[in-house]
Design a protein around this ligand. Structure first.
Ligand code: PEP
Ligand code: MG
Length: 581
């Protein structure tokens, strides 16, 4: 029996905040499936039992679907809809009936059919379809649960101090959790882009995924602390540690309340150097929260989200409607719409394009490369964006630009689209600004050339760090090497800012580095003009900016740029952060 006192787990932080509570272990269902011979005269009754279980499952899924839709909006509800589609597949029921006709009981027949489908998924190369195996398993568990009168351990028993611990969580579990207002949740598997992680952020519940073995070590009732910012979980902590975190939690609550007062204040240092704080969004539902938190623009609208969990590409009209809604709500504030960044892990999850699985998808046909190779996708989106541009202040941004020719090629397509729209007498903003993300080291190296041909740039540190340091951003085995303070990254940022300012254009940052207040002084000191962060982090970053003097952070940045090792950099940054707090 491993030591279960004060055990620390490290995982992937996906939704911030501290939670202190008791473990509610949500175990995977285990069904005891016995093969029973069904006599000929009972086969119809057995089929009826199956039909009832399927209908019950469908009703449950529809309720879940409705709840997801109400709470999180259209784009998330597709997740539950996939489950309903599996139930509706006629061949699924036909195969089960066939086994019942051969004399099997309904549970065993369901199990056998699912097992066969799941096995067939194992041979599939495409990651998207391979992952759908989990959806089949989820649906199967629900039908078997209804046949056996057994449910996944009842979430109704959840107390208010519950931190849900599970090997994995389905979207349906996640919605049930939200209804119970649990403190947080943690899982063994999953990465930043898993459905669960995406939904946790939308629900603003502290959450950590990818903890590997937490569900096998935790027991219901154990005390658990979850630090959703550090990605750390402590199981059965000492009293001293509980007290420490309670204090931190209380401090965080007070700070959060205090932070709401900053909403209408400017993002300005103590010596009046002003910058902008924008927010990153994935779907239009997030606009209300970013305005409530005082963001003065959208610095990154990740449009890929609308391509997931569906069978067809979004139409020009769909693009137009989504973007118009967002920019109307943003009113006078700007919205930077990034053209679609499909590819890498994101293409695998989409399954819309018939593209061979690549050996190195992050170095493959991704983002602007994919759009240039498949211009129809690009053109539909550009037309939608341009049409929406009369309804608000849109800026257009290309992802993953690696050289000037790519930028020019994208701009040529944009110009052709504009010519067509003019011919069609469709109005659009002729002055719409065009920018690029700087997230590939080659683009950072030639920023002086790029800066002369764009209206703005935004630094994508998530990828810039991955590509510059050769560290896969979603691989936990090298997470310790993924370092925003690596001198190479800081020099890149400095060079990008300097060259852009020389060219007279603004520089933003929309990677996660911009949303971590620890880095705010160095980024300010390096001269960043705009911080684009996740909606919940807007007030924290504003506070960090308002707590320092520009002169001080510039001096600190000059000192930091001379450092070659992390220790010296951290020392200077810690000193300035202590003063700021
Ligand atoms: C980035 O790379 O920093 C970025 C913001 O883009 P994404 O995380 O969507 O790749
Ligand atoms: Mg990126």
């Amino acid at each position: 029996m491993p030591n279960r006192k004060n055990v620390i787990f490290k995982g992937v932080a996906v939704s911030s905040g501290i939670a202190i509570g008791r473990v509610f272990l949500l175990e995977d269902d285990e069904f005891c499936l016995i093969h029973k011979e069904i006599p000929a005269n009972a086969k119809d009754a057995e089929k009826k039992r199956l039909d009832d279980a399927i209908e019950k499952t469908r009703t449950e899924l529809k309720i879940i679907y409705g709840k997801i839709h109400d709470i999180l909006g259209e784009s998330y509800s597709h997740i539950a809809n996939v489950h309903i589609m599996i139930l509706d597949d006629p061949s699924f029921r036909r195969d089960i009936y066939k086994l019942i006709n051969d004399g099997a009981n309904a549970e065993y027949a369901v199990f056998k059919v699912l097992d066969k489908i799941i096995r067939s998924f194992e041979t599939i190369k495409d990651d998207y379809f391979k992952e759908r195996k989990v959806d089949i398993q989820d649906v199967g568990k629900k039908i078997l649960g209804n046949l056996l009168g057994k449910q996944r351990k009842n979430l109704a028993n959840l107390g208010e101090d519950a931190v849900v611990v599970s090997h994995n969580l389905t979207p349906a579990d996640t919605v049930a959790i939200r209804e119970k207002l649990v403190k947080g949740f943690v899982t063994d598997i999953g990465g930043k882009t898993s459905h669960t992680a995406i939904m946790a952020q939308g629900l603003a519940i502290p959450a950590i995924v990818g903890l590997k073995a937490i569900s096998s070590q935790a027991r219901t009732g154990d005390i658990i602390i979850l630090d959703g910012d550090k990605g750390e979980v402590i199981l059965n902590p000492t009293l001293e540690i509980v007290e420490k975190y309670k204090k931190e939690y209380d401090e965080q609550s007070v700070k959060r309340k205090e932070l709401t007062k900053l909403k209408d204040l400017s993002a300005e240092t103590t010596d009046n150097h002003k910058v902008s704080i924008f927010a990153n969004i994935d779907n239009p539902d997030e606009v209300a929260i970013i305005l409530k938190n005082g963001a003065t623009g959208i610095g990154l609208y990740r449009t890929e989200f609308m391509y997931f969990n569906r069978d067809s590409m979004p139409s020009e009209q769909e693009h137009f409607e989504k973007y118009s809604k967002v920019v109307k709500e943003m009113s006078a504030y700007p919205t930077i719409i990034r053209t679609v960044d499909l590819g890498g892990d994101k293409l695998a999850k989409m399954g819309l394009l018939n593209i061979e699985q690549e050996d190195n998808p992050f170095l493959g046909l991704r983002a602007i490369r994919l759009c240039l190779k498949y211009p129809k996708i690009f053109i539909d989106q550009l037309r939608g964006i341009l049409k929406a541009s009369v309804h608000g202040k849109i800026r257009l941004m290309y992802p993953m630009i690696s050289g000037i020719d790519e930028l020019r090629e994208a701009n040529e397509i944009l110009e052709r689209v504009k010519v067509d729209l003019r011919k069609e007498n469709v109005e659009f903003d002729e002055e719409m600004e065009i920018g690029v993300m700087i997230e590939v080291p080659s683009a950072a190296m030639i920023i002086d050339i790029i800066a002369k041909e764009v209206d703005f740039v935004s630094i994508g540190t998530n990828d810039l760090i991955q590509y510059a340091l050769a560290v896969d951003r979603i691989n936990e085995n090298v997470a310790n090497l993924y370092d925003p303070l690596h001198p190479a990254i800081l020099r890149f940022v400095k060079q990008i800012v300097n060259e852009c300012h020389k060219a007279g254009i603004n520089v933003g940052m929309c990677g996660e580095m911009a949303g971590d207040s620890y880095y705010t002084p160095i980024l300010l000191g390096l001269g960043l003009d705009e911080f684009s962060v996740s909606p919940a982090k807007v007030p924290t970053i504003k506070r960090a900016i308002r707590g320092v003097s520009f002169t001080d952070v510039q001096k600190a940045a000059d000192e930091i740029l001379k450092c070659g090792d992390k220790g010296s950099i951290v020392k200077i940054l810690n000193a300035i952060n202590v003063v700021a707090n």
